[in-house]
Design a protein around this ligand. Structure first.
Ligand code: SAH
Ligand code: TYD
Ligand code: ZN
Length: 405
């Protein structure tokens, strides 16, 4: 029996995605025998409804010097985080000598704007390679995991934080008890802890099962986050849906009683109840849809191969590790994946071992079809690659359904 990482309740498994590699570990051909695998399965806590992975991958295996995800690789995300940073400067950082802390600052995509605004700040980033890039952009980084002990150390040395922000990182952290005790130690009495992560509601609605992989330990809902917040002396005071990364929610937590919750919290809770989100039947339905998408996608790729069509992948995303390994998609069905990240190029995709090539390979010789693994960046990529369609190429999408456009 699996115990909930938040409340100790019973976690009921509802989806098994099988043996999976680390989603962000791109082996060299010589290193494929040393790949690490684990069982990717997901369940829901019967007590607090938190949706979480059944198996935990040790954090040092995922986040280290060679972590290859660079947040600044998308222009839409750069704009999103610039806007977010400027929003904080206007609304939360007006006092004398404010202090802004980010958990998982990566290459400084958000903190560079805070730094340029002259605001005292600190990013926690354990992956030293990406952290180094942030430093080159003028960002102050502590190359540590944020947890209780490191948060306490910063509180003692630098005083309380007015804002603690985190994007696409809190859901990566199984040890949220330690993290929230750290937030409690570091946050000023009237401060706010804001984080944004993929939303269970969007994942279920769009059957975006590729949001499930080693790093995404939790799939948050408003209800599960509210319950968790209260458990640690916080209150969920605002929620906002975001269009980025296929649908996220930005949660704002304050110390219990410190801020008046906005109406959107109750509205989203009512919506989740009406929808039955996190009800076992709804999650079972999601699991059935996942099997259907797998059969549709693998079926389409096989028939294209039989008809002699060429197919390449676009975007060597962490998400695509789940898709390729769960659906049995290897280099026989997708000849290579192009990606703009130098750290991923000339390597193999995790587990499925599809070669990763630079983006330029795509335009050099267009395939008949491009499977859009980076579907969350569809607008940006399709605009950039307009000539592909003009040349007769077609995109394959699998969220929310398998289709060719
Ligand atoms: N905020 C960025 C990066 C998301 S990727 C964005 O939204 O694009 C997740 C990042 O969290 C990685 O860079 C990883 O190294 C970092 N991370 C993982 N565990 C962490 C922890 N406990 N404390 C701080 N950062 C962490
Ligand atoms: P992303 O979907 O942001 O995250 P994850 O890896 O967590 O699933 O990853 C996007 C990947 O796609 C990243 O490796 C960079 C790549 N990419 C391109 O190759 N070209 C592009 O135009 C964009 C926006 C991304
Ligand atoms: Zn629980």
């Amino acid at each position: 029996m699996t115990e909930c990482r938040i409340c100790g309740g019973v976690v009921e498994e509802f989806l098994d995605l099988g043996r999976q590699p680390l989603s962000d570990a791109f082996p060299r051909p010589a290193d494929v025998d040393a790949e690490f695998f684990y069982r990717l399965a997901v369940g829901r806590c019967v007590a607090c409804t938190m949706v979480q992975l059944i198996e935990e991958v040790p954090r040092e295996r995922m986040f280290h010097h060679d972590y290859p995800y660079y947040s600044s690789g998308s222009s839409v995300m750069r704009e999103h985080f610039t806007r977010t940073a400027l929003g904080f400067v206007e609304t939360e950082l007006g006092a004398a000598d404010p202090f802004f802390v980010e958990i998982g600052c990566n290459d400084g995509v958000l903190l560079r704007t805070i730094a340029e605004s002259g605001i005292r700040h600190l990013g926690f980033e354990p992956s030293t390679g990406v952290a180094e890039v942030a430093r080159e952009r003028g960002v102050r980084v502590r190359t540590d995991f944020f947890e209780e002990s490191t948060a306490v150390a910063v509180r003692e040395a630098e005083g309380p934080a007015d804002v603690i922000f985190s994007a696409n990182t809190i859901c990566h952290i199984p040890y949220l008890d330690s993290l929230l005790r750290g937030v409690d130690a570091l946050l000023s009495p009237g401060g706010v802890f804001v984080f944004e992560d993929p939303y269970l509601g969007d994942i279920v609605e769009k059957t975006s099962f590729d949001q499930i992989y080693d790093e995404h330990f939790y799939l948050f809902s408003v209800r599960s986050v509210q319950t968790m917040a209260e458990r640690f002396g916080f209150e969920l005071v605002d929620v906002e849906r975001l269009p980025v990364h296929g649908g996220e929610v930005r949660y704002s937590l304050a110390r219990a009683g410190a801020r008046q919750p906005t109406p959107s919290v109750a509205q989203m809770l009512a919506q989740e109840n009406a929808q039955g989100l996190a009800e076992p039947e709804v999650l079972q339905g999601f699991a059935s849809s996942v099997s259907r998408i797998r059969d549709d996608l693998a079926g389409l790729l096989r028939s294209l191969r039989e008809n002699g069509k060429t197919v390449v992948g676009y975007g060597a995303t962490a998400k695509s590790a789940t898709v390729t390994n769960f659906c049995g998609i290897g280099p026989d069905l997708v000849s290579y994946v192009c990606d703009s990240t130098p750290a991923k190029q000339h390597r193999l995709s995790p587990g499925a071992h599809i070669p990763v090539r630079p983006s330029e390979a795509f335009a050099a010789s267009y395939p008949d079809y491009a499977l859009l693994f980076a579907w969350n960046h569809a607008g940006e990529i399709m605009a950039k690659e307009e000539q592909f369609r003009e040349a007769g190429g077609q995109w394959i999408l699998y969220v929310p359904e398998v289709r060719v456009v």
